[in-house]
Structure formats: C-alpha cells, structure tokens
Design a binder for this molecule. Structure first.
Ligand code: OSB
Ligand code: MG
Length: 377
C-alpha cells in the first residue's frame, strides 16, 4: 500500500474562542488556524499547523508556516509516492527548524496513511490506551475570583488536573488562593518562560503549594539553567518550549533539567519525532503528557491519537471542543466523560469526520499547490 501525494491545499480559517486565553506572552481572542489537506489518490489527509498568530510562543507563526510549506515543504513531498507517512520526514529535513510547519504536512500524511489502511490513526501510531486522562489549562483572568470560578466549573466537569498560567504578579498570590480553597486537587502551573534565575528566591515560594509541576519557568530555548533551577526546587519542572526533538529530551534528562516532559506534536515537528520523544522518556521512566495549542478539532483529534501511547501517564491539555469553540470543525465534537477522560474512537483515520462545509465557511484564504507549480528546488 502506498500514498501518492498529488496536491496540498492550505487554508487559513478564523475561529473565535468562546473565552479569551491569556498566557504570560499574549491574550488571544480568536484563532487564525492553518489547515492542510494532502490529496492522495482520492484520500484527503488532514493536518493542522499549531503555530500561533504571532511568533511569541516560538519563532513560528501562521504566515511563516504558510510560506514555508508553500515554497519548501510542499515541493519536497509533492509527486512522491510513500509507503509510510514517516518517509516524508527525511524529504523535508533540508529545511531547518519550522517544525510546526513540517508537522502539519507529516501529520496530514499519517491521517492519509491510516485512512488508506482502514485503520485508526491511534493504532497506526502504536497506541495502546483506550481512554485518555484529561486536564485543563486555564489562562490568566481579569481577577482571581474569575479564575476560581473557572476552576470550579472544570472540576465539576470531571477534569483530573488543573493547570493555571502564571507570570510575575499573577503567581504566588493566585496559587495561595487556589490552594486555600482546594488543598487536595492535582494542580500545576505554566510560566511560558516568564522568569529568570534572578527569580530563584521567588520561585522557591512555589514549593509550598504541592504542585504536580511547574512548566517552562525559564527561557524558551534553555535546558541548562533549568537543570540548575531543578536542583534548587522540590517541585518538579516540566519542559515544554525547550524540547524540540528527542535529542533535546535526552539532553534535558541527562542534565536532570526536568522530571516531566510535555509533548506537543507540532513543536517537535510531527508524529515521528513525537514518538521518539515519547520513547526516550519511557526508557528513562519519565512520564509525559500531551500539550495543547488551542487546536481546532483536526489538531485535537491528532493529540488524542498521540495520547494513547503508553507513556502518556499524566493528564494532558487535551480537553473538550466546547471549552474552545461554539462549533468545532469535526463531528462528533470532542467530549469528555464525567470521569475526566476521552474515549478513543475506532473509525479509520483520526476517528472524527472533518466538516468540510463548515471549514469552507470559515476559510479566509486558500491555495492548492501541485507538483511542479511552486517553490524552490
Ligand atoms: O504553553 O501549553 C502552553 C496555549 C498556547 C500556547 C502555549 C500553551 C498553551 C496552553 C493551552 O497551555 C493548552 C490548550 O488548552 O490547548
Ligand atoms: Mg506550556
């Protein structure tokens, strides 16, 4: 069985969030999402590029991903016949970085391969879990009262771990309020690189809250100084931004820079590398969990499939569609059980139907690239 890549369609869709999402770097009200369709012998594989609207989480953004796919990545794979989606990785390797753009291409091909094999994507990836554990990531709010209300809602919905975003001025004071109301819940925080080692004495105060982890406290590209910080803290550090591939994961673990790793399939450049990061962590008995990037249903369904690998031992930032969107672009939308889990679907491919009619309505830009029509060689 093979997949012949005949054309790639890029689409930009606009999707307003039901509630704004604020991190230490930005408040987002609406997502500008790049969707990719790989047209392969009558099969359409779907991928989502998780780059943000701005180059604030990482250096990639929607525009850089669009241009990189159009001019370099699509031409590298178009016209090729692959026996496995993972064979696209070396074809795109000449391009340095641009991992989220690469992941959109590779993951669409995994979806196509799974459809062509009439197999669920999660099985093709080597997954074993039939039910995955869900947490929520709750952004910075206008007031602590608002945040507490949101936490209350998510706990009532069954979510198994609450993660709150922190930054200087919205951290110890906030964690104190949460812990005094809920002394026992599984709680973590994510700084998205808002601190430096000069904040060591301040960061020590986080230790009193019995957090499951503190995510990416220091620089987005740093591993070494996180290892210095981890030595000083009781709380486990989890790395997100600074793990770009399996070598980064191995290095971080060699240096004891963290005790937990967040895997985002877009950040590491696609399913092939995500599996490698997973395996590196598994071999060292380091638990991983699946991060989120405010994905639409396409990316969300891929995160769900990835989360079935056995070392995804902690609740991920993989939560219900309705927390983000009035209407999601897949059917059924992603639902979470009252026990805070997602049940894995067995339909071929990613397991959900892509609502092309709705996508068409949300599309603000669209371009199809065919072999020999665009790009650089
Ligand atoms: O650091 O995990 C992060 C969203 C955008 C950029 C970075 C992050 C996040 C989240 C949201 O925490 C997770 C989600 O609910 O999709
Ligand atoms: Mg994070």
């Amino acid at each position: 069985m093979t997949i012949k890549i005949e054309a790639i369609t890029l689409r930009e869709i606009q999707m307003p969030l039901v509630h704004f999402f604020e991190t230490s770097f930005k408040r987002t009200f609406s997502r500008q999402i790049l969707l990719l369709t790989a047209h392969c012998d009558g099969i359409n594989g779907w991928g989502e590029c998780v780059a943000g609207e701005d180059p604030y989480y990482s250096s990639e953004w929607t525009e850089s991903a669009w241009a990189t796919i159009k001019n370099y990545l699509a031409p590298a794979v178009l016209g090729r016949t692959l026996s496995k989606a993972g064979e696209s990785v070396p074809l795109m390797a000449r391009v340095r970085g641009h991992d989220m753009a690469k992941a959109a291409v590779e993951n669409a091909l995994w979806d196509a391969e799974a459809q062509e094999k009439q197999m669920p994507l999660w099985k093709l990836l080597g997954g074993t879990l039939r039910e995955i554990s869900c947490g929520v990531s709750i952004g910075i709010q206008d007031s602590v009262e608002q945040l507490l209300e949101k936490i209350q809602t998510e706990l009532a919905a069954g979510y198994r771990r609450i993660k709150v975003k922190v930054k200087p001025g919205w951290d110890v004071n906030v964690l104190e309020r949460i812990r005094s109301r809920w002394p026992e819940i599984v709680l973590s925080c994510d700084a998205n690189s808002a601190y430096t080692l000069d904040d060591l004495e301040h960061l020590r105060k986080f230790d009193q809250f019995n957090l499951l982890m503190i995510e990416q406290p220091l620089w987005h590209d740093d591993i070494y100084y996180h290892s210095r910080l981890q030595q000083e803290l009781r709380t486990s550090i989890c790395l997100d931004e600074s793990i770009r591939h399996a070598r980064d994961a191995a290095k971080a673990l060699d240096l004891s820079a963290c005790r937990i790793i967040n895997i985002k399939v877009g950040r590491v450049g696609g399913f092939t590398e995500a599996k490698k990061v997973h395996d590196v962590c598994a071999s060292r008995n380091i638990p991983v969990w699946c991060g989120g990037m405010l994905e639409s249903g396409v990316g969300r369904s891929h995160n769900i499939a990835l989360s079935t690998l056995p070392n995804f031992r902690l609740p991920g930032d993989v939560s219900a569609s309705k927390r983000y969107w009035k209407e999601d672009i897949i059917e059924p939308e992603v639902v979470v059980t009252p026990q805070g889990t997602i049940l894995i679907r067995d339909a071929p491919g990613a397991g959900y139907r892509v609502r092309e009619d709705l996508i068409e309505k949300l599309t603000v830009r669209k371009e199809t690239i065919r072999a020999g029509t665009a790009g650089t060689t």
